[in-house]
Ligand binder design. Structure first.
Ligand SMILES: [Zn+2]
Length: 456
C-alpha cells in the first residue's frame, strides 16, 4: 500500500513519549554544549584572576557579559571588599651543602623577605606537634613542614592543609625566621602549589613559601645526612590593603514562585600561577552552562535559578560572606544552594549536607543521571566553601561530586591550565548541575535545612 509507511510514522509520532527534562538537558549539553568554550574564553582571554588583581576585575566584566550571552536576566554585580596581595619576584636556593635552585612559590598572604632575602639553616617537621617537640632548636631557622598528601580527594587535603594555614604562626612562636611547606598536592612535576596562609596579630609574621614535592624530598634526604642544610629565600610579596571587587549574579526567573531561589555557585577568582582552569574556571562554566541549558531546552521551573560567581573564595571567602550578608533577609527563600568547585572531572553525583530525607529527595531528582554513573547521592558535611555562610544560616547545601583523581596534581599550580579539562567531562558536569537545579527548582517538596558546617 502506498500510504502505509507515512501513516505508520504519523501514528508513531502521535504516540511518542516526549523527552524528559533530564534527557533534553543532557542531550543539549553533549550536542550543543558551550561549557568548554566558556572556560576557554575565561582562561585564554582573562587568564589568572588573583583576588584584588586587575585580572580579577577583568573576570567580573567577563562574567557579566557571559551571563548575558547565556540568556540570564537581572545580571548584576554585588559589592565585595577583598584583600589585594601582590606576589612580586621570588626565588629560593639551596646554599649548603650545595648550590641549587629550588622550585618555590610564596603562599597567598605571606609577607616578603628583606630585599636581599634571608638565609638560614633548615629544620624539618612532619607536623605541628613534631615542630613543638623541637622547641629551642627552631630558633633562627627556616622550618620545612614536610607532610605528604595521599593521592585521594578532599579527606587527605583536609588533613594536610592546616599546616599551610597555621605553619608560619606556629614556627614563628618558636623563633623561626621563615617557613617552607612541602606543596599540598599530589603532582610530581616540580611545581610548587600555592594557597592561602594566615597570621596571628600576637606573633611575628614570617615569610612562608611552598616548595615542590621533589625539592622537599631532596631537603629531607640532605637533612638525614646530619650536616648543615641552608636555604636562601627571597620573597617580594606584599599586601596592598583592601580594594573593591564584586560577586556576579544572574537569574532564570521562576514561573510560579520567583522569590524562591535555587543558587548555583562557583568561584570567579583563582590563584595567580596558572589560569585557574580547573580551580574554578570549570565550575564557573558548569553553572553558567547549567542555567543556559535549562533556558535553551525551553524549561521554566517554578522557582528561580540564580547563578552566583563568588569573588575571593581562595583568599578569605569575603565574597561568600558578602553574599550571605546582603541576602540575609531571604535565606529562608533559598531552597537550595549548590557549588561546583571540585575541578572538571566527570560527575559522579552529589553530596548533600543533611540526613536521609535530604539524600532521598536529591536521589529521586537525579535518578535520570544513573546511566551516566552520575547519580550517586551521599550525605556530606558541606556543599562547598562559598556556601559555608549560607549553610550557617540553615540553607540546604549541595556539592557536585566529581572524579578528582588528578585534581590535586595541578591544584594551585602553574599547571592549572585549559589542557587539563576534557570537554565531554565538563559538558556532563554542566548537565548534572542542570538536572539537579531544574529538579530542585521545580519540585513540590523542599529540602530540609542543612546542619551547620564542621569547623576546620
Ligand atoms: Zn576552588
Amino acid at each position: 500500500m502506498r500510504f502505509a509507511l507515512p501513516l505508520l510514522l504519523f501514528a508513531a509520532a502521535a504516540h511518542a513519549e516526549p523527552l524528559s527534562p533530564a534527557a533534553r538537558l543532557v542531550g543539549a549539553a553533549l550536542v550543543e554544549g558551550r561549557a568548554f568554550d566558556t572556560v576557554r574564553s575565561l582562561t585564554d582571554h582573562v587568564g589568572p584572576r588573583l583576588t584584588g588583581s586587575p585580572g580579577a576585575e577583568r573576570a567580573v566584566e567577563w562574567a557579566l557579559a557571559e551571563m548575558k550571552r547565556a540568556g540570564l536576566s537581572n545580571v548584576h554585580r554585588e559589592p565585595v571588599k577583598v584583600p589585594r596581595w601582590v606576589r612580586g619576584d621570588e626565588s629560593a636556593e639551596l646554599v649548603a651543602p650545595l648550590a641549587l635552585h629550588l622550585h618555590a612559590a610564596a603562599l597567598g598572604g605571606s609577607v616578603g623577605t628583606p630585599p636581599g632575602g634571608l638565609t638560614a639553616e633548615v629544620i624539618e617537621a612532619g607536623s605541628l606537634d613534631e615542630l613543638r617537640r623541637r622547641g629551642e632548636a627552631v630558633r633562627g631557622r627556616i622550618v620545612l613542614f614536610n607532610q605528604r598528601m595521599a593521592r585521594s580527594d578532599f579527606p587527605s587535603y583536609g588533613t594536610v592543609v592546616p599546616l599551610r594555614g597555621a605553619g608560619a604562626v606556629e614556627a614563628a612562636r618558636l623563633g623561626a625566621i621563615g617557613a617552607l611547606i612541602r606543596s599540598v598536592g599530589t603532582g610530581s612535576h616540580q611545581l610548587p602549589h600555592t594557597g592561602g596562609t594566615r597570621y596571628d596579630a600576637a606573633v611575628p609574621r614570617i615569610p612562608y613559601a611552598a616548595v615542590s614535592g621533589e625539592d622537599a624530598d631532596l631537603l629531607h634526604r640532605l637533612l638525614g645526612e646530619g650536616g648543615q642544610v641552608k636555604v636562601r629565600l627571597r620573597l617580594g610579596a606584599h599586601d596592598d590593603g583592601e580594594v573593591d571587587s564584586a560577586n556576579v549574579v544572574g537569574e532564570l526567573p521562576g514561573s510560579a514562585k520567583p522569590d524562591e531561589v535555587v543558587l548555583l555557585g562557583a568561584h570567579l577568582d583563582s590563584w595567580d600561577l596558572g589560569t585557574g582552569a580547573i580551580d574554578d574556571g570549570a565550575g564557573c562554566a558548569a553553572v553558567i552552562e547549567a542555567a543556559r541549558l535549562i533556558r535553551a531546552a525551553g524549561l521554566q521551573p517554578r522557582r528561580t535559578v540564580r547563578v552566583v560567581l563568588f569573588m575571593n573564595e581562595e583568599h578569605g571567602l569575603s565574597g561568600a560572606r558578602a553574599y550571605a550578608e546582603a541576602h540575609r533577609g531571604e535565606s529562608g527563600k533559598h531552597v537550595a544552594a549548590l557549588e561546583a568547585d571540585s575541578g572538571a572531572g566527570r560527575p559522579t553525583g552529589f553530596g548533600v549536607a543533611g540526613g536521609a530525607p535530604s539524600v532521598e529527595l536529591v536521589r529521586r531528582l537525579v535518578a535520570a543521571l544513573s546511566p551516566l554513573h552520575a547519580a550517586e547521592v551521599a550525605s556530606a558535611d558541606e556543599g562547598g566553601a562559598d556556601l559555608i555562610p549560607l549553610q550557617e544560616a540553615g540553607v540546604p547545601v549541595i556539592g557536585l561530586t566529581q572524579d578528582m583523581s588528578t585534581y590535586f596534581d595541578w591544584h594551585h599550580t602553574a599547571g592549572d591550565t585549559l589542557d587539563k579539562i576534557v570537554p565531554d567531562d565538563l559538558a556532563l558536569d554542566a548537565a548534572a548541575v542542570a538536572v539537579v537545579a531544574y529538579g530542585l527548582a521545580d519540585a513540590t517538596e523542599r529540602l530540609p535545612p542543612s546542619p551547620p558546617p564542621p569547623k576546620w
